[in-house]
Design a protein around this ligand. Structure first.
Ligand code: NAI
Length: 702
């Protein structure tokens, strides 16, 4: 449906209604139409007041941020519209419902009065997209609610509800009813009492304590130096405090544009849209409905099973946890209770909530307890024979139409699907640890997975607050497959003479939460080492005896990471320190594998050797159709692997660095290091895009 803007008259009151489904986002075209209608109102002296409202489920939920990247985008028309609205000589009332966010709230701020339906949520969340409110929001909000709350809202991007907004002076009334009726009766009262326009721009900003508030805000944003918007938001509020309104508007306008053009904002916008897009399933039309999920089963109450079960209990869904022995079951349930109690102790959960959630979790020692579940997820030991047996039993016990999911990280989903005897009902549901905290869920579509099973998985994922991304079947799916080449190079660099601290520092300088050595020490080098050995046994590794030799040696020598006090590092508590014993181990491994050691390895080489093969693997994943879209790959890394959102994910980062540079660098290492095992083979897709000037992050699978 095409967006419309209409101006209707009702008894001397004009109603300006925006109808642009789904969320009435303001595009440049809608802004132009609004301006025309506002001028029509201005020219018609018969009309006594203006009500601005929106149709559908919400008021204006923001500007259409997709337009920010267009070459001809200019934001001035937004600010000008708000000025014209505010300058009108008769009362203007914004009638809000649903959400009034970003440009939507800015429009409301430019109106002379604001009324909201109960439950309306308001905010200026631009910072989450790396920009700031650029249509007068930074100048008007502090004038209405004071600098402190304005800064809080603009720096966090959080939303406030109607009652709090009323208390803060952001709105003038909370009234139930249809927005246009509520707006017109409010406007009628104003007309009857001869009210004069109350313009936000003319209000004096409350100043007591404001310098203190500003200096605290400056200190706070200095800690977020990688992001340009927060600092500039503070500068805008300083302008609101110290300068006349129009001068403040000029500051805001310039700083908005700086933010909009920044690569950080580009990265955040990319991830924002990629995350929404990731929920869409190409080739499956909207008529495919999800299956109902009212009861869930989890097999295995270990690290993952417990966390997975918590997700469902948190969403109010009854969940059965099945273990094969009493001790493990009791331990698993006790760990869940402990987890909830820790949250309760922080004041984030009431003791009643703890009991309600525990009440939804039922422990059992027999698979029979799973017979009436709509979805069963197995999270037993990572062993093909054990998992096959479990899947085969689930296939026999689950009711017809039940969905069976596996949380395996490394095993072939199609083999497990076959074991269940119900490949259409089977899929991978790869949660990340800690499963009750991490947002990412890789939804693995098997060769036989039915479309409605995939739709159900996406649906239930959102119900439990996850960000689902679909992956095809391959070793490691999207995330761990890419991680493999990164860890491979980290181990080679260590044998060549880099230290764990140098590698981690170089990687963390890019903004990644944790470098590879600290990460493996935390996860346990025993787990990682065993996977390498398993793969070697299965013949699925390159015939390179030095492949990830460091992690295997750590496993064999009992240096299992933090939990044993030593791994890549030595630990005092959780603090890692360099360990000469580890260096000796790397020297020995280098001798054993004929790897030359160097005294100087640059940080640039570390970054290129670890990250560029990972990017190349991402391109292979797209080329093979394992991921649907480049954006999906970036979402996986931002949500599951601590990749910094201000870099937009590895593929977005590659686009920023320039794909020709990535290709040349991969080629360079292929030549200088030799390519006996194909480590430096370059994806045809990556090569092609580098030649054509295309972008990996915008690529769709064939
Ligand atoms: P875990 O060893 O902590 O837990 C496995 C649990 O399964 C144990 O409590 C065990 O008693 C139970 N179990 C084993 N056989 C069973 C059977 N036949 N019936 C019922 N219960 C049985 O293992 P963890 O770490 O929770 O891993 C489970 C699965 O999750 C594995 O497939 C693993 O690859 C996957 N995974 C693990 C991640 C991690 O970070 N730990 C991350 C993502 C996936």
């Amino acid at each position: 449906m095409n967006p419309t803007v209409t101006l209707n008259e009702h008894d001397g009151i004009a109603i300006l209604c925006i109808d642009a489904p789904p969320v009435n986002a303001l595009s440049l075209a809608i802004v132009a139409r609004l301006r025309d209608e506002v001028r029509r109102f201005a020219a018609n002296a018969q009309l006594q007041a203006l009500v601005i409202c929106a149709a559908g489920r919400t008021f204006v939920a923001g500007a259409d941020a997709r337009e920010f990247s267009k070459p001809d985008f200019t934001h001035e028309s937004f600010g000008d519209l708000m000025r014209e609205v505010e300058a009108l000589d008769r009362p203007v009332v914004a009638a809000l419902h649903g959400t009034a966010l970003g440009a939507g709230l800015e429009l409301a701020l430019a109106c002379h009065w604001r009324v909201a339906a109960p439950g309306t949520r308001m905010g200026l969340p631009e910072v989450l997209l790396g920009v700031l409110a650029g249509a007068g929001g930074t100048q008007r909000l502090p004038r209405l609610v004071g600098a402190e709350l304005a800064l809080d809202l603009m720096l966090s991007g959080r939303q406030i509800g109607a009652d709090d907004a009323l208390k803060a002076g952001l709105i003038d009334a909370v009234v139930s009813g249809e927005p246009q009726d509520v707006g017109s009766s409010f406007a009628r009262t104003l007309v009857e009492r001869g009210a004069k326009p109350l313009r936000t721009r003319d209000r004096a900003l409350p100043t007591p304590g404001v310098e203190e508030v500003l200096s605290q805000a400056r200190a706070q944003v200095n800690k977020r130096a990688a992001y340009p918007a927060p600092q500039r938001i503070v500068q805008c509020v300083e302008a609101a405090v110290h300068l006349p309104f129009e001068e403040g508007m000029a500051v805001e306008s310039q700083l908005f544009d700086e933010c909009r053009r920044s690569s950080v904002s580009g990265a955040l916008r990319h991830l924002f849209f990629a995350q929404r897009e990731a929920a869409r399933l190409p080739g499956i039309d909207n008529s495919v409905r999800p299956r109902a999920i009212t009861k869930v089963g989890v097999v295995g109450a270990g690290t993952m099973g417990g966390g997975i079960a918590m997700n469902f209990a948190n969403a109010g869904i009854a969940t059965v946890i099945v273990e094969n022995n009493e001790v493990a079951l009791e331990r698993g349930l006790a760990r869940i209770r402990d987890n909830y109690q820790i949250t309760a102790a922080k004041g984030k959960l009431s003791s009643q909530d703890v009991e309600t959630r525990m009440g939804l979790l039922q422990g059992a020692l027999s698979f029979d307890a799973l017979a009436d579940c709509d979805l069963v997820i197995e999270a037993v030991f990572e062993n093909l024979e054990i998992k096959r047996d479990v899947c085969e039993r689930l296939g026999r016990i689950c009711k017809p139409g039940a969905i069976i999911g596996s949380n395996t990280s490394t095993l072939d989903i199609d083999l497990l699907a076959e074991a269940s005897g119900r490949p259409a009902d089977f899929l991978g549901l790869h949660f990340f640890s800690p499963a009750n905290v991490m947002k990412l869920l890789e939804v693995v579509r098997g060769a036989g997975t039915a479309p409605d099973v995939l739709v159900t998985a996406m649906h239930i994922a959102r119900t439990i607050g996850k960000v689902p991304v679909v992956s095809g079947v391959c070793y490691g799916f999207i995330g761990n497959r890419m991680l493999e080449s990164y860890l491979r190079e980290a181990d080679f660099l260590l044998m060549e003479g880099a230290s764990p601290a140098q590698i981690d520092r170089a990687i963390e300088a890019l903004g990644l939460a944790m470098g590879p050595c600290r990460m493996l020490d935390m996860a346990g080098t025993d787990v990682a080492g065993k996977i390498v050995l398993e793969r070697a046994k299965a013949g699925s590794l390159p015939a390179d005896p030095s492949y990830r030799a460091v992690v295997v040696r750590l496993l064999e020598s009992g240096r299992h990471g933090q939990k044993t006090g030593a791994g890549y590092y030595r630990y005092e508590g959780r603090t890692p320190t360099d360990d000469p014993g580890f260096t000796t181990m790397c020297e020995e491994l280098a001798r054993q594998h004929g790897i030359a050691r160097r005294s100087e390895i640059s940080d640039a080489e570390i970054v290129q050797r670890c990250l560029y093969p990972l990017i190349n693997e991402g391109a292979c994943i797209l080329e093979e159709g394992i991921a649907y879209r480049g954006g999906d790959v970036d979402v996986v890394w931002a949500q599951g692997y601590g990749f910094p959102d201000h870099q937009g994910g590895p593929l977005f980062m590659a686009d920023q660095l320039g794909l020709p540079h990535i290709v040349q660098t991969l080629q360079h290492y292929g030549e200088s290091r030799g390519n006996a095992f194909g480590y430096w083979n370059i994806s045809a897709l990556l090569r092609g895009l580098a030649l054509e000037g295309g972008r990996l992050s915008e690529q769709r699978a064939p």
